[in-house]
Design a protein around this ligand. Structure first.
Ligand code: NAP
Length: 360
């Protein structure tokens, strides 16, 4: 489906329909989802009516008002009668580590957007469903594809949602960046092998100064003193979305000492001779006139990563960095705001999921 048509549909539905959504986990992604929804209110078909996080209410209010990366909240934020008031709209607040301890049904919600990262299996997801949540959208890829009813990269496969799904994953920020570009190159030129290095800003699972980490020795190291290799499931995530590339994708990931905005260094062995002009022409056309134009952008300006802070695209191709050697070895650089771009895709997928959802 053309993204334009889809966005028009969402906008026209706004007048007649407003679904009720709860956020579980109010960290980087959760707060960006709420703020992006506030900024996009004119087109949104849902509102957030409740938040669950382990933090106390004054901290939630403070972290909503002031954000070191995205600036002050563009609206009024206050506390009133144990609820958070955002732009005059009240949100019920819960502090439960176990989602089955919340009466989601009593809240009358249509969807939980799970943004804590603490739940990654079908059994975890069912704890929300057992508490009365009708549907859950996860802000991460699940352990296996069988742990959800669908994994969606917006712009690629949201049309696969039938409306009967209960557990859906929004994949990862890196999958959202890479899959639209790889699908385009595979459809138009043909991909033999793909190798990707994620260059990702620091995240809250890393310490500022060396500290114990239960699972990963490298994550014991200070986020702001080193470039740190970490594990990634990006290759398997891509193959989940583009099974035609099965067994032909590899990925690794480096965390770097910046607070937001990341990049993918994508190397593809293609099936026929090509050139920088052809590759950039395809990507520029997709960004300017193609159905993905609200999701993929293209630039040749001499940018640095911070220029893309608060950019809602899933991928911004930096055409000045495209290289072709061989002439079948293609190398690309694509930027993405790992927080803001991904939060905007959470909203797009939630809107679509709710629109197609069948009544329970
Ligand atoms: N940040 C990104 O760029 C990005 C992009 C795409 C996807 N994601 C994914 O999104 C998920 C969240 O990432 P994040 O960066 O937003 O993490 P984060 O900043 O650490 O936020 C997670 C929030 O959830 C809270 N929390 C922890 N356990 C909880 C529970 N059982 N119930 C309710 N709330 C709980 C955390 O509280 P405490 O801090 O007190 O534990 C924190 O406030 C992860 O799966 C991540 O992989 C992140």
């Amino acid at each position: 489906m053309a993204i334009d048509n889809h966005l028009r549909t969402i906008t026209s539905l706004m007048a007649s329909s407003s679904y009720r959504v709860a956020l579980n986990g109010y960290g980087r992604v959760g707060r960006c989802v709420l703020r992006a929804l506030h900024e996009r209110r004119a087109e949104a078909n849902f509102e957030i009516v409740a938040l669950n996080d382990v933090a106390d209410l004054p901290s939630l209010e403070y972290l909503t008002r002031f954000d070191s990366t995205h600036g002050r909240f563009p609206g009024d934020v206050s506390i009133e009668q144990n609820r958070l008031l955002i732009g005059g709209r009240p949100l019920d607040i819960y502090r439960k580590a176990d989602p089955s301890g919340i009466d989601w049904a009593g809240l009358g919600i249509d969807l939980v957007m799970e943004c804590s990262g603490a739940f990654s299996t079908r059994a975890d997801g069912n704890r929300f469903i057992e508490g009365g949540a009708p549907r859950v959208l996860f802000s991460q890829p699940m352990v296996s594809e069988h742990d959800v009813d669908a994994t969606i990269v917006y712009g690629i496969n949201q049309g696969e949602l039938l409306g009967s799904e209960k557990l859906v994953s929004n994949a990862s920020c890196t999958t959202n960046c890479s899959v639209p570009l790889l699908k385009l190159l595979n459809d138009r030129i043909g991909l033999e092998y793909v190798s990707i290095t994620t260059i990702h800003s620091a995240m809250n699972d890393q310490p500022v100064i060396d500290a114990y980490h239960a699972e990963d020795l490298r994550r014991t190291r200070s986020a702001f003193q080193s470039i740190i290799p970490v594990s990634t499931g990006l290759d398997r995530g891509i193959e989940r979305l583009l099974p035609e590339l099965n067994g032909r994708v590899q990925a690794k990931a480096l965390r770097v000492p910046t607070v937001n905005v990341s990049a993918l260094d994508i190397t593809c062995h293609v099936t026929r001779d090509t050139s920088v002009a052809e590759i950039n022409g395809l990507l520029r056309e997709a960004a300017l006139h193609g159905p993905l134009r609200h999701l993929v952008d293209y630039t040749e300006l001499p940018h640095a990563s911070c220029d893309f802070n608060h950019d809602p695209h899933s991928a911004i191709v930096d055409g000045s960095q495209t290289r072709v050697s061989g002439p079948r070895l293609v190398n690309l650089l694509a930027w993405f705001d790992n927080e803001w771009g991904f939060a905007n895709r959470m909203i797009d997928v939630a809107s679509h999921f709710l629109r197609v959802a069948k009544p329970l």
